[in-house]
Design a protein around this ligand. Structure first.
Ligand SMILES: *[C@@H]1O[C@H](CO)[C@@H](O)[C@H](O)[C@H]1NC(C)=O
Ligand SMILES: *[C@@H]1O[C@H](CO)[C@@H](O)[C@H](O)[C@H]1NC(C)=O
Ligand SMILES: *[C@@H]1O[C@H](CO)[C@@H](O)[C@H](O)[C@H]1NC(C)=O
Ligand SMILES: *[C@@H]1O[C@H](CO)[C@@H](O)[C@H](O)[C@H]1NC(C)=O
Ligand SMILES: [Zn+2]
Length: 559
């Protein structure tokens, strides 16, 4: 009898073991990656990582810093808003590893400069009519505080794409925090590596129902109505408020300001049908007797004296500026432009608002060119570090975020310190796959035969512009719909923690600066502070009166 029970028990255990093994798919996946494809030896890791004390100390230090922290509730005299176009969370993770590996470190433990900022949040990027947003509707959200339709800028959701009549109505237009800053007497600036008329910078100053109406030539090209749509973005920047009052404008896009027949000039080729808007900008500043300079290359930029310049227009390329890895010697870097902008704007005693865009992160992702996207992210981080070094935490709020994500993913089980831009995993077809890949885009490789995946083994992943693999073929990789991170440092940076809609960003920035967004329900911080100061004074006088009655002393202040 005991024997029967014993045998049944052993059988039961065996059955459970066998079942458990067959229903656990993880074991199978792990088997494929257990003999991965490796193209380089792993980097040496810090041996201390194996000791528990190392991790306990590291965590304790982080905790201690958080407990010691005193919230900064000063007025943000200056705001610098850094937009990493398409800077998804995956891009940040991969870029920090890349940054470490460029210094021969394993990389995962690295921090990009802005990752040291005191507060982090997540922003929801969808626009009114799309789950996955573009740079136009998102610019309306993070600059004007209002969500809008895909491809529209500085207008409400009443305006459908290309509806010029509706976009013209003042009641359908929304102003940006750059405009609110000007109204508060602050200096303002716009710096980008894209055309200065591109969607993100246009969010600072333009109101259009279609992001591509950058010049009057574009209005013709896209067959929009020439009469009702006669307010292209470049024109708004040069003639309208707040565009014509922006102190510093730097980036690419010269062609949107120059006439078609200007090909003969030193300016380069243009696409306008009306006139030379660079000359118009110079004339306007001359009429105002302002110290204004126009520059078109790094040599000229370096000659600008920021102490003597109130207006600077720098257009360094006909279209977008080049990728850092393909930079022409005459082009300045994002850091050089940021430095000059801050030095000019800092002269205003009321402070400044500066918008800085790392635009090429997005453009590299659209090409599935992961290495260039990571390199542009490092350029962006360097510009932020420069801005931080030129300002003070006491009075300058720096906010770093993205407009939307991208489809790059980081996957497989690569070893610690393994080349982030390399091939590591091996799939069930026994072919290697790259750690970084895209959901769609030009990196789609046709199968050699049905069911046979493209072999990446002989590809040149070390080329600066290598097109990383994509699942779905598209000429242009698409944006991603996931939330993007927000990093903040300086006065009221704690307002940026949590998860919120993207249009909250300029409202929180305005509050920190004590400036008023038009039609805001919330009083700016300054008046809140003033109200409580007034209340305190009133209470002090009441207290003084009671004190003098009870203690028969004339004045409490006298003791
Ligand atoms: C990293 O190591 C490589 C090869 O050992 C060397 O050529 C390179 O100079 C090193 N780079 C740095 C930043 O130390
Ligand atoms: C360029 O050509 C236009 C018309 O063809 C002419 O009016 C203009 O003066 C020329 N500019 C220069 C700098 O030569
Ligand atoms: C910069 O622009 C000026 C004026 O157009 C030109 O004379 C100079 O050669 C340019 N320098 C470079 C490095 O491109
Ligand atoms: C990468 O750049 C090289 C020149 O450096 C060029 O010949 C090649 O076509 C580019 N590849 C892609 C995919 O853009
Ligand atoms: Zn894009």
């Amino acid at each position: 009898m005991n024997l029967v029970i014993g045998i049944s028990f052993v059988c039961l255990i065996l059955l459970i073991t066998v079942t458990a093994n067959t229903i656990t798919p993880y074991v199978k996946i792990y088997d494929e990656d257990a003999a991965p494809y490796k193209e380089m030896p792993p980097l040496n890791l810090n041996p201390k990582e194996k000791e528990k004390q190392y991790w306990q100390d590291q965590a304790a230090n982080t905790l201690e810093a958080k407990l010691k922290r005193k919230l900064n509730t000063n007025v943000a005299k200056n705001i610098i808003f850094f937009l990493g176009d398409g800077l998804s969370v995956t891009t940040i993770t991969a870029a920090r590893i890349y940054q470490g590996q460029l210094k021969n470190r394993s990389g995962e433990e690295e921090k990009l400069f802005f990752e040291t900022f005191s507060d982090t949040g997540l922003s929801k990027t969808y626009c009114l009519d799309k789950q996955v947003a573009d740079s136009a509707c998102t610019a309306t959200a993070y600059m004007c505080g209002v969500k809008a339709n895909f491809q529209t800028i500085g207008v409400t959701g009443e305006v459908e794409v290309s509806d010029c009549e509706k976009a013209k109505l003042e009641s359908n237009r929304v102003s940006s925090i750059l405009k609110w800053s000007q109204d508060a007497g602050k200096a303002t600036g716009v710096v980008t590596t894209a055309r200065v008329t591109h969607a993100s910078p246009a969010g600072c100053y333009a109101h259009v129902p279609f992001r591509d109406m950058e010049s009057d030539g574009d209005i013709e090209k896209y067959k929009l109505d020439q009469n009702s749509c006669n307010f292209d973005i470049a024109k708004q920047l040069i003639y309208e408020d707040p565009g014509k009052n922006i102190n510093v404008i730097m980036g690419g896009g010269r062609g949107k300001f120059l006439p078609k027949d200007e090909k003969n000039s030193t300016y380069g080729s243009g696409s306008r049908l009306d006139k030379n808007l660079i000359e118009e900008w110079k004339n306007d500043k001359a009429l105002r007797k302002a110290n204004a300079v126009y520059v078109s290359n790094i040599t000229e930029l370096k000659q600008v004296d920021p102490t003597k310049t109130d207006y600077l227009l720098g257009l360094f390329a006909t279209s977008h500026m080049n990728y850092n890895l393909e930079k022409k010697p005459e082009e300045p870097t994002l850091t050089e432009m940021t430095e000059m902008a801050i030095k000019i704007l800092q002269k205003n005693p009321n402070g400044f608002y500066l918008f800085v865009e790392g635009a090429k992160i997005d453009m590299a992702h659209h090409e599935d060119a992961a290495r260039m996207a990571l390199d542009e992210t490092l350029q962006f981080a360097e510009a932020i570090e420069k801005a931080y070094s030129l300002t003070k935490e006491e009075d300058t709020l720096i906010v770093v975020t993205a407009d939307h994500a991208h489809t790059m993913t980081m996957s497989g089980y690569p070893d610690r310190g393994y080349n982030i831009l390399g091939l590591f995993g091996k799939s069930k077809d026994n072919l290697p796959y790259s750690t970084l890949s895209y959901a769609n885009g030009p990196g789609y490789h046709m199968e050699k035969a049905p069911g046979v995946r493209f072999n990446l083994e002989n590809d040149h992943l070390d080329e600066h512009n290598y097109t990383y693999p994509a699942l779905v073929p598209k000429y242009y990789e698409s944006h991603g719909g996931d939330d993007v991170a927000v990093y903040a440092n300086g006065p009221w940076s704690h307002l940026f923690s949590g998860n919120y809609e993207q249009n909250y960003i300029p409202i929180a920035e305005a509050y920190a600066a004590g400036i008023s967004p038009s039609n805001s329900k919330i009083s700016p911080r300054n008046s809140v502070a003033r109200t409580s100061a007034t209340t305190s004074v009133v209470f002090l006088f009441i207290f003084n009166f009671i004190f003098s009655v009870f203690f028969k002393k004339l004045n409490f202040f006298a003791i």
